[in-house]
Design a protein around this ligand. Structure first.
Ligand code: BTN
Length: 244
């Protein structure tokens, strides 16, 4: 991962460029931008970033997997971010299922996975990772929910080191995922989860589901036990964790 490396001063979105290039570049191609003019988040939201102070990257992967396996791969990417931040900043962050990274109850990184697939096989996957590294100001509507590594650690973080560690760890975990499957990484993901054991509220399609998050299953789905005692496994959704 990262042997083919594209660095740009300014882009609309690294994910958009990755999707445009996906068929023309090798597996593991990495795109990095200093600035995004149309950074995208999950659920059609935009992604805020400050020029040259964040990590804005997209990785193009071409694994031989079924489309439904991508939810697990996203969590592998989240685990990678946790490891890289721990390695470089000596601080523990947590994964809010499926792929937000939380530090001191605020979001420090988001991941947007997009793919192109046939019915039973993935053509390519783009994993877009945005880490708030050294930004110090957020728009008012984000202040309560978002933070950066610099704000929490009270010192700037070396972006190059963090990116290198991110790509190294992604290579390691992605290989393990390809060779041994999600099952092999699931314990580590659970260990670093902020969601499991908590009361949650999930917006899933148009439904609201409340209950306790009790597990992440073999496929990476979040298992929720509702107040009625029913167990529901979710493939995606917007999760609010009580107390967060
Ligand atoms: C989210 O939490 O909603 C996901 C945010 C993902 C942001 C990253 S930044 C790099 C890549 N390019 C984008 O336009 N989005 C992702």
């Amino acid at each position: 991962i990262g042997r083919n490396y594209i660095h740009k001063e300014s882009l609309s979105s690294t994910n958009d460029m990755a999707k445009e290039l996906a068929y023309k570049v090798p597996d593991g191609t990495v795109i990095v931008a200093e600035e995004q003019t149309k950074g995208r988040g999950r659920m059609g939201r935009s992604w805020f970033s400050e020029k040259s102070s964040c990590i804005l990257t997209s990785v193009i992967l071409k694994p031989q997997i079924r489309p439904e396996k991508t939810v697990a791969l996203t969590q592998v990417a989240a685990l990678t971010v946790v490891k890289a931040i721990e390695e470089v900043c000596s601080v523990k962050t947590k994964i809010k299922w499926p792929n937000d990274i939380i530090l001191n109850s605020k979001k420090v990184c988001g991941i947007l996975t997009e793919m192109s697939s046939e019915i039973d096989v993935v053509n390519y996957i783009v994993i877009g990772i945005g880490i708030n590294v050294n930004c110090t100001e957020f728009p008012d509507d984000l202040k309560e929910k978002a933070t950066s590594l610099q704000l929490e650690l009270e010192k700037p973080v070396d972006r190059k080191k963090l990116l290198a560690s991110l790509l190294n760890n992604l290579e390691i975990y992605y290989k393990e995922y390809e060779e041994k499957g999600f099952e092999s990484l699931r314990p580590l993901i659970l260990e670093n989860s902020i969601t499991i054991g908590k009361e949650v509220r999930v917006i899933y399609t148009d439904r609201e589901i409340r209950g306790q998050a009790i597990a992440i299953d073999k496929e990476g789905k979040l298992v929720i036990k509702t107040e009625k005692g029913e167990e529901i496994a979710l493939l995606s959704g917007e999760v609010s964790v009580r107390g967060l």
